[in-house]
Ligand binder design. Sequence first.
Ligand SMILES: [Fe+2]
Length: 252
Amino acid sequence: MTSLRFREPHRRPQPTCRAVAASSRRDARGGGAPPPPGAGAPAPGPGGGGGGRGGGGRPGAAWAPRGGGPGGDTPPPPPPPGNTHKETQEPGPPNPPPSDPARGPGERKRIAQGLSELLADSYTLYLMTHNFHWNVTGRDFNSLHQMFMLQYTEQWNALDVIAERIRALGHPAPGTYKEFVKLASIKEVEGVPRSDDMVRHLVAAQEAIARTARKLFTLVNAANDQPTADLLTQRLDVHEKTAWMLRSLLEG
Ligand SMILES: [Fe+2]
């Protein structure tokens, strides 16, 4: 069946395909393919040389070893291992245990819950900062527009780190507005505040996230969960420093 399908174009060559077929033969010879065993063979056999209907060298190269025809001196490969894919689909445990078995499931769940609250606060702050980046007006537009962009970019990248730490602890990460509204301690700002009020809202939100992270720190330390402690330390550092910078804009 296979050889018949690929022999047919050579019996009835179409004028419009000649240039393509010639190009394919040139490609096959120039591409390092060994010459056909018969010196007088003008064209690759049904299975070799890329002279198939599809044109180009790739389909022909794929068919040459399989067909083992006159143009292909490579023996057909062994059949692919049929069970490999199936073996990778074997169901595993629903929640693989984390690498540190010292932490019990109850501790992991409480830490994941705290991180979910931190993720919700972080997402709310990210959206608030981006919103203010879009809508800020006034004499300080340029500096605030740029400053807010740097802040929301950093916050956006942090979301992924927090969410994947929750996953590493074996729990699902919240990822809907509905969940974020329920978990967040920061409330959304309605309307478009003046630029100095935007800064005040952001100071309050940055301080709120720092409180959320610090509240979780006690539990994480007691659980000897160094990766989460490291994550919280970094977030605390960022949010406290950003709160200071924003507060400085309101002074003087
Ligand atoms: Fe922008």
